[in-house]
Design a protein around this ligand. Structure first.
Ligand SMILES: Cc1cc2nc3c(=O)[nH]c(=O)nc-3n(C[C@H](O)[C@H](O)[C@H](O)COP(=O)(O)OP(=O)(O)OC[C@H]3O[C@@H](n4cnc5c(N)ncnc54)[C@H](O)[C@@H]3O)c2cc1C
Length: 452
């Protein structure tokens, strides 16, 4: 099969590169692409391209898209075990599972990610403190490693390959199928409590308290607030509602889920629309609009889990320069580093609109999985913001000094030399890669930059 030559970016729309894009329609033809004649300049899988930078790009090589491997093969209504091809999106799983009372076990902030991408980045959601990350809910996957001989991998049958692939950013092979254990829910609505906090201390204390009482928690923080308001946030915490929580008319259809209808962003947004003044105003408006405290609000899955999915192509709002996300985690006990990171960002007047603070539960066995028990902060910035490189360099040093790490699915610039400090199992990953793929067929723009 031959592909077409395309220019690809990640969701942040920075660092484009040109590759041959293959879209096999069957697992067998996908396997052929990784067989003896695999592209000399490298091959990397790609899902829906929702990683922020170039993890799913391979300049001058081949990118294997799972866009046509998008069938749900079976979904057991009694057990919630779903078998699907790797290009199935989390939205597809929700549409198929909800009528029988099944939801995805872990959802990132967008449902437009594939099952393959969710395993490869071992994604986390608002329930990490109780549910861990995505791979913990995967019973098995079929992996095509370099050489093209597919194999079924489970955490029991081949733990090292399983946990190298979970979080392994596509560098162990192409996942073509997976079996995922879905989560039982009683309705498709979430019962949400909202609290507005005055400063970083109250934000952290409230998050810690809410982690004990709720299945889903997250804080949206005002990244530009300084002084007494540093780290002020709106915390939303919730759990899936019971049918009796719904207004009587909605009880007829407790699993209603309408993912459609989305607003769009115009294709050409002027550069500089997002700056410290517009974001400062937006942050203030968002913070002030939130109630000091509100209990028991019913929210849809879209509003609670995926507010940004409501605006098609919202990534274009940053204009032609694109944007980048920076997400770190530092262990518990490093609260001073979290506070310092807020000081650095607000001190630099760096306009981050999506600023999300959360507490992770324990990490899993993924060699390159991002989550570990501790505090995680996600920030996004216009890529052309003056002074951004210096700010992120200071954040890197703070994070490494605190024993933390940055998230590879969002990374575009962490210095390669820092990676081993951030990911202590990197050498194990490199050893397994050297055995599995001695010719280095699996290669992405991310892996080239970081020497993965
Ligand atoms: C709005 C938004 C919110 C987000 N929120 C979160 C969040 O809350 N938590 C979180 O963890 N992440 C979050 N992310 C990041 C996103 O969940 C991950 O980057 C995810 O991997 C994207 O999946 P994808 O299908 O788009 O994969 P892609 O972006 O296309 O690829 C991501 C990586 O997975 C590999 N890959 C893809 N498919 C396969 C396959 N079949 N076999 C092997 N490797 C494969 C690629 O090679 C690449 O390394 C968010 C992203 C966006 C845009």
């Amino acid at each position: 099969m031959s592909g077409r030559t395309v220019r690809l970016t990640g969701w942040g729309r920075i660092l484009p590169s040109v590759a041959e894009l293959a879209t096999p329609a069957t697992a067998a033809s996908a396997a052929e692409l990784l067989g003896g004649r695999a592209a000399a300049r490298g091959v990397i899988p790609r899902g829906l391209g929702r990683s922020y930078n170039n993890a799913a790009q391979c300049a001058g090589g081949m990118v294997i898209s799972t866009a046509r491997l998008n069938r749900i093969l079976s979904l057991d209504a009694a057990t919630g075990l779903a078998a699907c091809e790797a290009g199935v999106s989390l939205e597809q799983l929700m549409v198929a599972g909800l009528p029988a009372g099944w939801f995805v076990p872990v959802s990132p902030g967008t449902r437009q990610v594939t099952v393959g991408g969710a395993i490869a980045a071992d994604v986390h959601g608002k329930n990490h403190h109780v549910a861990g990350s995505f791979a913990g809910h995967v019973a098995s996957f079929d992996l095509v490693p370099p050489g093209g001989e597919p194999r079924t991998v489970t955490p029991q049958s081949d733990p090292s390959l399983f946990w190298a692939t979970a979080g392994g950013m596509g560098l162990t092979g192409l996942i073509v199928r997976a079996t995922v254990q879905l989560k039982r829910v009683a309705t498709s609505r979430v019962l949400v409590d909202t609290v507005r906090t005055a400063d970083i201390d109250e934000t952290m204390a409230t998050l810690a308290e809410h982690d004990r009482g709720y299945g889903y928690t997250v804080a949206w923080s005002d990244s530009l607030a300084r002084g007494a308001g540093l780290g002020r946030s709106v915390i939303t915490s919730g759990d899936f509602a019971q049918p009796a929580d719904l207004p009587p008319p909605d009880r007829q259809d407790p699993f209603a889920f309408r993912p459609g209808a989305r607003l769009g962003v115009p294709p050409h947004v002027p550069p500089g629309l997002i700056n410290r003044y517009t974001i400062g105003l937006a942050n203030q408006a968002w913070y002030r609009k939130a109630p000091r405290s509100r209990r028991g609000e019913l929210q849809t899955i879209g509003t609670f889990f995926h507010p940004l999915d409501g605006i098609r192509n919202w990534n274009r709002v940053y204009g032609p320069g694109g944007f980048l996300q920076y997400q770190y985690v530092v262990p518990f006990g490093q609260e001073a580093a979290v506070r310092r990171s807020f000081e650095l960002v607000s001190g630099a007047r760096a306009p981050s609109f999506v600023t999300v603070l959360k507490r992770f539960g324990p990490g899993d066995d993924g060699l390159l999985s991002f989550p570990m028990a501790g505090w995680t902060l996600a920030l996004d910035f216009p890529a052309r913001m003056p002074g951004l490189a210096g700010l992120l360099g200071r954040l890197d040093r703070l994070v490494v000094g605190a024993g933390g790490r940055v998230y590879l699915a969002k990374d575009s610039r962490v210095p390669p030399g820092m990676l081993a400090e951030m990911y202590p199992r990197l050498a194990e990953f490199a050893k397994l890669r050297a055995e599995l793929d001695p010719a280095g067929i699996l290669t992405s723009d991310l892996s080239r930059r970081l020497g993965l």
